[in-house]
Design a protein. Structure first.
Length: 340
């Protein structure tokens, strides 16, 4: 028994040192090292210190025990600093001039549904309905079209239901302008763009489903996606949601930070991690917003015991949307008529 415990202590210590070194230096920069990065998030690193801490406590080695306890608390503080947010009021809540130029708040529910493997469709739909969303976006959420039409149609009679490529599903109010499917890095990254007209707002919503293989490098696909987003007009009400299958502190997500804002970092409530649902250790599900979108709240919500947690996002839009090609043609024709 003592030999087994000693082996456990040494193994945990070795993994801890390697994991901490990777996390504070290279992270997931290289495919092989990324496996260590994914296996040793902050909560796991803290747990790896438990055997050594318990041993020092039972042996009454007070200096060693206090040192291990201090290290655990330090790592807990780092984890909380990176992942925990408690937004009591929205950013800019006191700026009346800013609020006067914004739209009424919209609520979006984003969820990686895992094809309803861990929760029945009917139960998940009822839980989503209680959140009173304006837009519902699901990854791996299109499994039985007829059944979904019936269930979601009964619960959301004012919403249109869109069956999207890559097993994605969206429910929304207003009018659909267009939808486009794109791929990056040889189809390792699938993106579906949906442009919606809701009241006087034009919303550009993009859903991402990223390949999940731990040893697969995200550098190429995220780089191509970031380059594409840079080509979009800066005044679009752009929201990117997806199962990134990559923690938000990944080195490969740095290009996104140059052009978009992580919604949870802007106005998060609770812990950023969304997977696995029963005790999340990775922030795989993320929402990123463009410069004309102001995030009021971003709250993870557990819809099933296993799988992914959903994200409930409340947003407003800071500026009027850009005109679509259809609107521009209409405006041009009206101008010609007035000229005559």
């Amino acid at each position: 028994m003592q030999r087994a415990w000693k082996f456990l202590r040494r193994s945990c210590a070795a993994i801890f040192v390697l994991g901490l070194l990777v996390r504070v230096t290279l992270r997931d920069a290289y495919p092989v090292i990324s496996l260590v990065y994914y296996m040793t998030p902050w909560p796991v690193l803290i747990a790896l210190l438990v055997p050594e801490t318990v041993t020092r406590a039972f042996r009454r080695q007070q200096p060693g025990f206090l040192a291990m306890l201090t290290l655990m608390l330090a790592l807990l503080f780092v984890w909380m600093h990176q992942s925990y947010r408690l937004t009591l009021e929205p950013p800019g809540a006191h700026e009346s001039a800013l609020r006067a130029q914004e739209s009424t708040p919209f609520r979006i529910v984003f969820w990686t549904a895992d094809t309803y493997e861990f929760v029945p469709l009917e139960e998940a739909a009822e839980d989503i309905c209680k959140l009173e969303p304006d837009i519902i976006a699901l990854i791996e959420g299109n499994v039985d079209w007829g059944r979904q039409i019936r269930v979601y149609g009964d619960l959301f009679p004012d919403h249109q239901i869109q069956m999207l490529p890559h097993s994605m599903l969206m429910l929304h109010q207003g009018r659909l302008h267009r939808r486009v499917a794109r791929y990056f890095d040889k189809r390792n990254s699938a993106l579906t763009e949906v442009e919606l007209r809701q009241d006087d707002l034009l919303l550009h919503v993009a859903l991402l489903d990223q390949r999940s293989t731990p040893t697969y490098s995200r550098k190429q696909s995220f780089g191509e996606l970031a380059d594409y987003i840079r080509t979009l007009p800066g005044d679009k009400n752009f929201i990117l949601m997806g199962d990134f299958n990559t923690p938000v502190d990944s080195v490969h997500l740095r290009p996104f930070r140059e052009i978009l804002t992580p919604a949870f970092e802007a106005a998060g409530v609770g812990w950023a991690e969304t997977w696995p649902s029963y005790f999340p250790v990775h922030s795989l599900d993320q929402v990123w917003t463009g410069p004309t979108v102001r995030v009021l709240r971003c709250t993870p919500k557990r819809l099933s015991f296993r799988g992914h947690r959903a994200l409930v996002i409340d947003v407003t839009f800071k500026a009027p949307p850009s005109e679509t090609a259809e609107d521009q043609i209409s405006t041009t024709l009206q101008g010609q008529v007035k000229t005559r």
